[in-house]
Design a protein around this ligand. Structure first.
Ligand code: SAH
Length: 257
């Protein structure tokens, strides 16, 4: 397999974990954007329950914990991320309300209509946008909210190089109107849709680059690690070249049926 054709999905999870273990977030996003999305959600009280699905080490869950009075359950399939999540929660004195558990987004451990808000930044692609929206809806109360970020085409026509890259990496990447239609068809009223700033992705790649030398040093001679780092660099180069064609969007919806 050539480097150019490899995506994050082709690599050993241990390598991916190690690569991302020193960054506050494991996907594109920041506190300011999390707070902006949160500003669209009304009615949260100390009785409300939020699930952060594919929470990683808790980048956004800690922000939600500091800025709402709610109980927050972070779910991630990767035990080491959950361990770090719970350490972060203790460090910020949020451990009574913000807890991480190991679980799979394809089989969530919630009751029907248990949740007031589902949050998922940089993660829903693991189940697929449409499937995630449809399968997770039943866990929300009627009138409850969902806030997710998703990689999206900004234009109807794309150069072959970037079209083929994302087709292979995440074939569900789609245009804004199609994503909104999927949200509405899954039983949500679309409340807000907006683009995350370019800096979201450039910061994400810059932080990775800062950790790169120590990562490569730790894995000297390990071909998979070198290839993974190279695939991430390739993705960053493509982003710089083609950023007017795609990027991350926030989609916020309200369960209406
Ligand atoms: N939301 C975090 C992490 C984004 S990276 C942030 O923005 O920083 C995507 C996360 O999804 C990773 O932590 C990965 O372990 C998790 N993940 C991948 N497949 C999953 C699944 N099937 N169920 C739950 N989590 C999953």
């Amino acid at each position: 397999m050539s480097n150019e054709k490899q995506t994050i999905h082709d690599f050993d999870i241990n390598i991916i974990y190690e690569y991302f273990s020193n960054t506050e977030r494991q996907g594109p996003g920041n506190t300011e954007e999390t707070l902006k999305a949160l500003s669209f959600i009304t009615g949260l009280t100390e009785k409300s329950k939020i699930a952060d699905i594919g929470c990683g080490t808790g980048g956004q869950a800690m922000t939600l914990g500091q800025n709402t009075p709610c109980e927050i359950i972070g779910i991630d399939v990767w035990q080491d991320f959950i361990h770090k999540f719970n350490q972060n929660s203790i460090n910020q004195n949020l451990q009574d309300r913000v807890k991480g558990i190991v679980g799979n987004m394809k089989n969530l451990p919630f009751q029907e209509e248990e949740l007031d808000l589902i949050w998922s930044e940089g993660s829903i692609y693991n189940i697929g946008f449409e499937r995630g929206l449809n399968e997770w809806r039943k866990f929300l109360k009627i009138g409850g909210y969902i806030a997710v970020t998703e990689n999206t085409w900004f234009r109807d026509e794309r150069p072959d190089e970037i079209q083929e890259f994302w087709q292979k990496a995440y074939s569900e990447i789609d245009t804004i109107p199609n994503k909104i239609a999927q949200m509405q068809n899954a039983g949500y009223l679309s409340i807000a849709t907006y683009m995350l700033p370019e800096a979201i992705w450039t910061d994400y790649y810059t932080k990775q680059a800062l950790n790169l030398n120590s990562f490569l040093e730790n894995h000297k001679g390990n071909k998979t690690a070198a290839e993974f780092a190279s695939s991430q660099r390739h993705e960053a180069d493509l982003y710089n070249k083609y950023k007017k064609y795609y990027g991350y969007m926030f989609y916020i919806g309200k369960r209406i049926k």
